[in-house]
Ligand binder design. Structure first.
Ligand SMILES: [Zn+2]
Length: 394
């Protein structure tokens, strides 16, 4: 049947109008990738640019997992590659990743202050990589172009932002959580951690922070006596949720609504870290990349909020045996799990299923955050497809 051309014209006009009205609002999407207690987080701007912060550990496992997420996000190049610092769990995957996807621009804190053999090897490889692209050594206060958002460097090379971020809620005000701050013995902490590049990203009213492995003792240099960042909606727990970072001065000062922890089963989820989070004013939920032995029954979040869980027999073993002595190693004498949970797979195979890659925890699920400029955001656990939307702050 041939339509009269006037009909067709009317149809096109109508369809165009409907399409414009129903077009979904653009979001800032953030993917917290499971690199087993290392770090790699992908940010996709509302304009479609990609920023990757850190690359997980060496070898194909983490590069595979990062590429799985990159493909799921529809990203074809990394526009901004931030290396927070030069430890293997943060930059280890870079060499492999750079073979698989173009990287346009690198950002780091400058030379490593550690004189280790593996650092020297990495620096040589990294110099060759960034010679083929562009590179910036970050300073606090620098702005990183990332279309549709505002990204400010707040820490780098052991220095912290002193000027309040313009327009940020609460920025520049005294931080009452500085009272009672107690320094810790950091003589055993690798010195490159407090050198970490840290950023604050804003999309409209939505604000999030990623400080790499910035450590406990330098947190007051950023946050005290006045807080230059103000409040945030989403906090990536510094340093994987181990208790060498994440003081109340930092966390209670930032007042996040949601924390996401990039822990593994045996790294992060420290009791003290969890206690600071759960006593933080306004905190609504803690999402974890892994169930954590250290957090035990009391401190782990409900399974809905955990992207990767141990097999049920191992968890039962932890829960029904005497509690471990905290601070004495990570393993608590438990045999590592041998694979994914027994029993049938989830009814609907979630998008985040990356397939077994030999990691002791089996498939690697990620946590996705989609934020809107009104400040509302939705967090999704790709293991069980559980999503929760946090309405815009009043
Ligand atoms: Zn680390």
């Amino acid at each position: 049947m041939k339509f009269p051309s006037a009909w067709l014209f009317a149809f096109v006009i109508t369809a165009g109008t409907v399409n414009a009205q129903s077009k979904p609002e653009k979001t800032l999407d953030i993917y917290f990738i499971d690199v087993e207690g290392g770090h790699s987080t992908l940010y996709v701007s509302p304009a479609g640019e990609a920023m990757l912060i850190d690359t997980g550990s060496p070898g194909p496992r983490d590069a595979d997992r990062i590429m799985d997420v990159i493909k799921a996000a529809g990203v074809t190049q990394i526009d901004q590659m931030i290396l927070t610092h030069y430890h293997g769990d943060h930059v280890g995957g870079l060499e492999e990743l750079a073979k698989r996807i173009p990287i346009k621009h690198y950002i780091d804190h400058g030379p490593s202050i550690e004189e280790k053999e593996q650092v020297a090897g990495f620096q040589k490889m990294y110099a060759e990589l960034h010679a083929k692209a562009t590179r910036m050594v970050a300073k606090p206060g620098d702005k990183i172009p990332f279309a549709g958002t505002s990204v400010v460097v707040v820490t780098s090379a052991g220095k912290a932002l002193k000027t309040p971020i313009a327009g940020a809620p609460g920025a520049g005000k005294p931080n009452p959580a500085c009272t009672g701050f107690t320094p810790r013995d950091e003589s055993h902490v690798d010195p490159d951690n407090p050198q970490s590049v840290g950023i604050v990203m804003a999309y409209g009213r939505f604000r999030t922070v990623n400080l790499g492995d910035f450590t406990w003792n330098v947190e007051p240099e950023l946050m005290c006596p006045n807080n230059p960042i103000g409040t945030v909606d989403l906090y990536l727990t510094s340093h994987h949720g181990i208790d060498q970072s994440g003081s109340a001065a930092l966390v209670h000062g930032l007042q996040p609504r949601v924390a996401i922890m990039h822990n593994s089963t045996r790294k992060g989820g420290a009791v003290q870290t969890m206690q600071v989070l759960h006593s933080s004013p306004g905190l609504e939920d803690v999402w974890q990349l892994h169930w954590a032995y250290a957090a035990g029954l009391e401190q782990n979040s409900p399974g809905l909020f955990i992207a990767n869980v141990e097999d049920s027999a191992t968890i039962a073993n932890v829960l029904t045996n005497p509690p471990p002595t905290f601070g004495q190693g990570r393993g608590f004498g438990l045999a590592p799990s041998t694979g994914p949970a027994a029993g049938p797979p989830p009814a609907a195979a979630p998008a985040g299923r990356a397939g077994g890659r030999g990691a002791h925890t089996g498939p690697a699920f990620w946590i996705k955050v989609s934020a809107k400029p009104d400040g509302s955001f939705t967090v999704t656990n790709t293991r069980n497809s559980f999503s929760k939307t946090y309405a815009a702050r009043k």
